[in-house]
Structure formats: C-alpha cells, structure tokens
Ligand binder design. Structure first.
Ligand SMILES: [Zn+2]
Length: 171
C-alpha cells in the first residue's frame, strides 16, 4: 500500500496514519476490505515502532444540498436550522439540549436520504419536531416558514393544532 520513495514535497505518505499508542507516523496498512455494505473501507494498520495494531474506517462525507424554493442550491448548514429553532424556542420552557437534539435529528435525516433535500422538506421536518414540543414555538416557526400574512393565518394554524389527533399530520 505504501508508495516507494520519498513523499511529495510538504506532503505525507498516503496511507500513513499516526499510531494511537506511540504517535509515530511510521505505520502501515496490513489489511483493507469493504465494510458497511461497501459504503466504507475498513483498514487494519500496524505500527512499525511499537507493534500496535489498530483499525480505521474510511467513509465518504456527504453534505446534503438544499434546494430552495427559488431553485437555488446551497449546502446544508445545521447552523441555519439551529438559528431557526433558537428564535422559535426563545424564552420557551424546553429542557437544555433540546435544540441540539433536534438539530442532530434534522441533520441525520438530511444526510440519510438522498443528497438533495428541499427547503420545504427541511421546514416540515422542523415543524414536525416542534408540533409536539411547544405550540408557541411551532406557530412562530410556521409563521416564518409558511410566510404568514396576518392574524388569520395564525388562527387557522392554531385551529389546525387543536384539531389534530395523533394519526393525522397537520401538514
Ligand atoms: Zn506505535
């Protein structure tokens, strides 16, 4: 696996990885095989100094692309989801860590599906999280997401919340 000769100027040998035990970079790959159904590569490595053997996984990092209503595309940014949630939940009585948990779930779902996700899908996912968490936060977020024009929009949405039952999604 290791190329012969000197590494390119300023670079490192491809395939090397610092030994987790003694921190030398003098390690080699002794086995390499597909893992996780072919979505990853598992490598066994051996330290040439202390003999430690360790495993690494190589996985592609998929950054979901968000398709806006305008058709414009931009990379998924969990910070935007976080900001939307924080303003919707500002001052609301929810446990610490709630925003983190929701952001993590939204991010996982954005990455778990196809690499393309629409801003509408993201908005609906956030609304689904808020619906059962906090009615005020739900209405605040819905007002931005659904571009409420006036009080009647709030009333309609609040009525829909009251009407809901567990089997019938509002959206
Ligand atoms: Zn070592």
């Amino acid at each position: 696996m290791l190329p012969g000769g000197s590494p390119p100027l300023g670079g490192t040998l491809s395939g090397t990885m610092r030994c987790p035990l003694c921190a030398t970079e003098d390690t080699r790959v002794i086995d390499s095989r597909p893992a996780e159904g072919g979505g990853a590569i598992r490598r066994r490595r051996e330290c040439l100094v202390c003999g430690e053997r360790f495993t690494t996984f190589e996985r592609p990092i998929v950054v979901a692309t968000v398709v806006k209503r305008s058709g414009r595309r931009e990379p998924f940014e969990s910070e935007k989801v976080r900001r939307g949630l924080e303003s919707a939940l500002a001052g609301r009585p929810v446990p610490d860590g709630t925003v983190d948990d929701i952001v993590a779930r939204i991010e996982a779902s954005a990455r778990g599906g196809s690499a393309l996700v629409t801003s509408d899908e993201l908005g609906r996912a956030v609304l689904a999280e808020l619906r059962d968490l906090d009615e005020v936060a739900y209405l605040r977020f819905a007002s931005v997401y659904k571009e409420f024009q006036g009080a009647s929009d709030f009333e309609r949405e609040a009525a829909a919340l009251d009407r809901r039952d567990n089997d019938a999604p509002v959206l």
